[in-house]
Structure formats: C-alpha cells, structure tokens
Design a protein around this ligand. Structure first.
Ligand SMILES: NC(=O)c1ccc[n+]([C@@H]2O[C@H](COP(=O)([O-])OP(=O)(O)OC[C@H]3O[C@@H](n4cnc5c(N)ncnc54)[C@H](O)[C@@H]3O)[C@@H](O)[C@H]2O)c1
Length: 368
C-alpha cells in the first residue's frame, strides 16, 4: 500500500495537513512545494537519523522539486535538548544568512522536533517549520500540536514556545530503522490515547496492539492514524492548554516527568518508558481516589506489559524515594496555585483533570 492519508489540524488560518504513508521522504518535494516561497530548506536532524539514511532520502525528495537543503546534524539524545544546543543550532542557521521564508525541517524524534521547532520560532522572530517525525513517539505525539521546548536543570520542557508547523510528514518507513526499545517507548503514547479518549481503540490495542511493536506496517498505520486524529481534535479545541482539554494528553506525565528528572536523562529511562510507568501510577492514584477500578488498572498493565514496557521504574532497576518524586512534581508545569494537578483515569476512554489531590495519597501510591 502506497497511498497517502491526510488529516488536518484545524486552527483557522494556521491549519495544517498531516500526511501519513510510506515513501513520503522521497515524495517530500511534491507534498511540500507549495510552502516554499523560495526553494531553500534547513534540514535539522541528529547523527543517528542521518546515519540511517533518512536525511539523504528527504533531501533527494526535496531536490526533485528544486528545493536546496542545508543539513545541520546534532548529537542524538535528550541531552541535546538544552540551552547550549539551542544556541549552537541558531548560530549555525544564522551562518547561512537565512531569510524569513526559508523553511526549517525537523527530521528526527521528539528531541529534534522540540529543539528545531523552538529554533524556528526564534530565528528572525519566526520562520516556517515542517515536522518530519522519525520515531513512533514523535509520529503519534510530539510532531503535531505546536509545543516546542528545551529542558533545564529545573525540569523538562520548562523553556519553550508554541510553534505550529506548516505541515507534518509521517513516513512510516522510517520506523523500520528505529531501535526496538524506542518503538516500544513510542507505543506508550499510543496506549495513552486509548486511555484518555477511545475505549474501542483501547480494546483494539488489547487485541492487536503488539503488531505495532512487532513492526507490522498496517498495525502501525492504524495506530498512528487514530492517535493523530485524537491529538489533532484535542489541539484544535484547546491549542494552548487553557480549557483543560489539552491537559488530558498529559495522562501519566506528571509522574513521568518527575521520574525523568530524577533519572537524569542519561538513557536509563526513555520518555515513553517513563510515561508507561506514569500511567500505571496515575491509574493507581485514580483507584485510590475511587475513580477507576483495579480491573481497569490491570487491563492497562497487561497492554503495556505485552509490548515489553516497564510498569514501574524498578522494572528498569531504578528506585526513586517518594519524597523526591513529589518534590520534582512540584516543579512541573501542571502545578496550579502550588497545588498538584493530575490527569486521573475513569477507565478506558475516559480521563479528567483533578486539582488538589492530597499529597499523602500521592506518597502512598509512590511507595506501593
Ligand atoms: N512537543 C511535544 O508535544 C512532545 C510530546 C511528547 C514528547 N516530547 C518530547 O520528545 C522527546 C522524546 O522523543 P523521542 O522519544 O522521539 O526521542 P529522540 O528524539 O531522542 O529519539 C530517540 C532515539 O532514536 C533515534 N532515532 C530517531 N529516529 C530514528 C530512526 N528512524 N531510525 C533510527 N534511529 C532513530 C534518535 O537518534 C535517538 O537516539 C522528549 O524530549 C519529550 O519531552 C514532546
């Protein structure tokens, strides 16, 4: 199957298409040509993505439409999402004397998407951005929605901007070179969509979800399409996370971000793995507060476990003192008026934002 499916993120004059399919890098020129006022692109990527051949495929595709691409390659990994690399990237872009209508193309996982997206928002006060996600996590989540940012010593994503892309190209072929552990990590975000919005998608994941992590292209296509449709719908309704609806996408993330800060972004705990553990914790917390049942939580655990995801940091040999996790949570963006705020679960397809969860309850769940 080689046809392209296109979803739209509806944001008035800033609406944009999300193309999903195979061999899209090769066809990038045709799919994106209309965005280019002058035919010049900056392809920002990382060493691993470039070594897998994806930057070459994309640049050849752009060349077919007469677009010249300048490649900027950064080191792979979460540590690249910092002030130093943001500065380096901006200086390297400026070395090419960019103009306002040159296009930044972020080719890579969430790290490149978040960093290059922020650089595109800052360069000349904003140049067009195209997201070309190459990890499952970025394909189902970070490439769509316009959140960009970097990490600081205070926590993840605390410095950033909303920068909607002008288009997103999701080439499913890029997943073939993705390390299996990264594929599993991205699957955690797929499960999240079933949890917060779509009970029948959750049931499909229970039955067929392993196909996604086993590399079955049709299962991947279906998982990516449904996840992105949910994300696009939520972003269209609450672009800047003001009504609370977009915050539902953070199911499991208050715990996850705290685990990541404590693990220190050194590769022992991937973002998606932290999200898997965080969702299980959020389900336990929901159970403690009488919102979800033990059976709901066990179903979630089974879906994650079948894909080989951790259910608790200790499954990866990590132990975080509950008081330290709680302290890290207080720095999270989801804190309101000094009170902790959680996305809690009411079973497959249903989640809600809850303020003022008692700290003793959170500590009890963390200690379990
Ligand atoms: N902006 C948002 O809305 C949003 C949402 C979720 C997560 N995020 C952010 O995304 C980041 C995590 O993203 P990620 O999981 O994609 O990590 P990542 O960008 O670090 O990519 C994971 C690893 O896979 C490699 N890689 C990427 N694509 C590859 C491919 N096709 N073949 C071979 N190797 C490949 C990368 O080089 C890297 O080593 C976190 O910083 C997180 O905060 C942002």
């Amino acid at each position: 199957m080689n046809d392209v499916e296109t979803l739209r993120v509806e944001l008035g004059s800033r609406s944009y298409p999300v193309h999903i399919g195979s061999r899209l890098l090769e066809r990038a020129g045709g799919l994106l040509r209309a965005l280019f006022v002058r035919p010049r692109a900056f392809v920002v990527t990382d060493e691993q993505v470039a070594a897998a051949g994806h930057a070459g495929r994309l640049e050849a595709g752009l060349r077919e439409a007469g677009i010249t691409a300048h490649r900027i390659v950064l080191p792979p990994g979460e540590a690249t999402k910092d002030f130093a690399h943001l500065q380096q990237l901006l200086e390297r872009l400026l070395d090419h004397a960019p103009e306002r209508n040159d296009v930044v193309v972020a080719l890579g996982g969430g790290v490149i998407g978040d960093l290059a997206g922020l650089a595109a928002a800052l360069l000349l006060r904003g140049v067009p951005l195209v997201q070309v996600p190459t990890t499952l996590l970025a394909q189902v989540d970070s490439a769509v929605g316009g959140k960009t940012g970097i990490d600081t010593r205070h926590g993840k994503n605390l410095v950033g901007a909303f920068k909607q892309p002008a288009a997103v190209l999701v080439d499913l072929d890029t997943l073939r070179t993705l390390p299996p552990r990264e594929l599993r990590a991205g699957y955690a975000e797929v499960v999240k969509y079933g949890c917060i919005r779509d009970a029948s998608f959750f049931s499909w994941l229970e039955a067929e979800g392993v196909g996604v992590t086993a590399g079955e292209v049709e299962a991947q296509r279906r998982a990516v399409r449904r996840s992105l449709a949910i994300k696009a719908e939520i972003v269209a309704r609450d672009e800047t996370e003001t009504s609370g609806e977009r915050a539902l996408l953070n199911f499991g993330h208050t715990f996850a971000h705290a685990f990541e800060v404590l693990a220190g972004y050194d590769g022992r705990l991937l973002h998606g793995e932290a999200v898997a553990c965080g969702m299980v914790m959020a389900a336990r917390l929901s159970e403690e507060l009488g919102m979800a049942t033990a059976d709901d939580r066990r179903r979630l655990e089974a879906v994650l476990e079948r894909a080989g995801l951790p259910l608790h940091p200790r499954d990866l040999g990590l132990a975080f003192p509950p008081a330290e996790v709680l302290a890290a949570m207080r720095h999270d963006k989801k804190v309101r008026g000094g009170r902790l705020r959680f996305v809690l679960w009411r079973g497959p397809g249903r989640a809600g934002l809850v303020d003022g969860v008692p700290e003793e309850t959170v500590l009890r769940v963390l200690a379990a």
